[in-house]
Design a protein around this ligand. Structure first.
Ligand SMILES: Cc1cc2nc3c(=O)[nH]c(=O)nc-3n(C[C@H](O)[C@H](O)[C@H](O)COP(=O)(O)OP(=O)(O)OC[C@H]3O[C@@H](n4cnc5c(N)ncnc54)[C@H](O)[C@@H]3O)c2cc1C
Length: 386
């Protein structure tokens, strides 16, 4: 039986980051991935500058298909365009981006085993047994970074509640780079009002557009038709194959750490409920999980007390922001016409929001800023009959 210090389940951004940092710290690390790498991942592939800053290396130019500096926003009849002086997000194709992160984990010394689904984990006899279709191995700690359908999460009897689950439909639309430059350039399109608790998007890549709609689970049935009408509205081919997938937006009702098991990224539900951004929090939580694993090994202490450090690191670094976003999202979308509509009308507010996407300010700072100005914005809007 092979013995590791840490087994990381799932080689997405959370898992590859966790494995890289564990290996860099000298831990014998196994990174398990069920799919062959590169694997496809339904995602719009917007790596915010805040997310890129979480990495301890520069992304190679070959992975960056476009640098977006702003957005074109729609809500009913409102259309606004805002740009920042420097990029807010890097556009990537997830299969290639994730394969690169997995390669960085390997370069740091982690053993990457793809095409190997983890079939179960059990904490027993002072360690964790990890079952795959090839072997049972042992580890002192398991990091569950196996995404929305996380088997590691299920082994802890945890489920995402309905209000913690978003549904998305998406489609990649091939288009010539010249046509993309002409119609979208370095702007992402965000169209609110297409679905409750979410939006429709167009993210321009090198030679295709990532398009989709994501929102509340209750509205999922008619999303494919809505996506088609959205594509037609923007003059795009609507006869394209459409995929569906889920997104977890944790309400922090459950611990993300249990005896010798840490959940990271989507498996922990670490996605921003307003924007759907998850890559940044996957990378950040992967680093926190590795930090805790290193600390536990350094002290030779795998007690719940030391594992709880992970929960605290995530709560401090990510949780407060995501919880603030949860509360703000409820208000913004429940009163979409009044509150979101007023914010969207104001270039100043949109720019301030883009600063949070860049990581130049926090989401809670943005919310505090917006709260102060909302009465003035509302007054101006209604006095001018906008
Ligand atoms: C439609 C859509 C659009 C999105 N767009 C964006 C965006 O533009 N920007 C952004 O920041 N976020 C976006 N997100 C969110 C983002 O994709 C996720 O938050 C992010 O991928 C989470 O990373 P992760 O490593 O936790 O999980 P994942 O990337 O899902 O990786 C989990 C990995 O675990 C593997 N796995 C699963 N089960 C097992 C098993 N039993 N054994 C071994 N391996 C297993 C999977 O194959 C997968 O490779 C989007 C999400 C969706 C659904």
């Amino acid at each position: 039986m092979r013995i590791f210090d840490v087994v990381v389940v799932g080689a997405g951004p959370a898992g590859s980051t966790a494995a890289r940092h564990c290996a860099l710290g000298g831990l014998k690390t196994l990174l398990l991935e069920k799919e062959p790498i590169p694997r496809s991942k339904p995602c719009a592939g917007g790596v915010t500058i805040a997310a890129a800053r979480e990495l301890d290396f520069e992304l190679p130019e070959s992975l960056i298909e476009r640098r977006c500096t702003g957005m074109r926003v729609y809500l009913r009849k409102i259309e606004r365009e805002v740009r920042m002086p420097s990029p807010v997000a890097l556009m990537v194709t997830r299969s290639r981006f994730d394969a690169y992160l997995a390669q960085k984990a390997e370069e740091a010394g982690a053993e990457l085993q793809d095409r190997t689904p983890c079939l179960g984990v059990s904490v027993e006899n002072g360690g964790v047994s990890v079952l795959t279709d090839r072997e049972t191995c042992r580890a002192s700690i398991v990091i569950g970074s196996d995404g929305f359908f996380s088997g590691v999460r299920k082994s802890l009897q945890l489920r995402f509640d309905r209000d913690e689950t978003r549904f998305c439909v998406l489609s990649d639309i091939p288009l010539s780079p010249g046509e993309i430059d002409r119609r979208f350039g370095d702007l992402v399109v965000i169209h609110y009002g297409y679905v409750s608790m979410g939006y429709a998007w167009i993210f321009p890549k090198g030679d295709y557009l990532s398009t989709g709609i994501g929102g509340a689970l209750s509205k999922s049935r008619d999303l494919p038709d809505r996506l088609r009408s959205f594509l037609e509205l923007h003059g795009l081919n609507s006869g394209v194959p459409i995929r569906g997938c889920f997104l977890p937006v944790s309400r922090w009702r459950h611990d993300i750490v249990h005896d010798r098991i840490l959940l990271a990224g989507d498996a922990a539900g670490l996605v921003d409920s307003f924007s759907g951004e998850g890559i940044r929090f996957a990378i950040a939580s992967g680093k926190h999980a590795a930090h805790t694993a290193l600390e536990a090994h350094a002290q030779g202490d795998f007690s719940v007390k030391i594992m709880q450090q992970y929960q605290e690191l995530c709560q401090r670094g990510i949780g407060r922001e995501l919880q603030c976003s949860n509360r703000a999202t409820d208000i913004l979308f429940r009163h979409a016409n009044l509150i979101l509509g007023t914010a969207v009308r104001n270039e100043e507010a949109l720019k301030r929001y883009l600063m949070t996407v860049r990581g130049d300010s926090s989401f809670s700072e943005f919310v505090g800023w917006l709260k102060k100005r909302m009465p003035r914005y509302l007054l101006r809007r209604f006095l001018l009959f906008q």
